[in-house]
Design a protein. Sequence first.
Length: 59
Amino acid sequence: MNLIQYFRDSRAELSRVSWPTRQQVLEGTQAVLIFVVGLTLTVFALDFLFGSLIKAVLG
């Protein structure tokens, strides 16, 4: 009986949720993609820099 009440309460709670609009989802996705690309480029640049420095010191 508790499981059925849980699902009823869950459904009622989901009806009160303020869902984002399509535009908000697209803007959020765009922001995340820009951040990920920027972070990837930063990590790549640092990896290349430190790799070059280590090769210069050791070789």
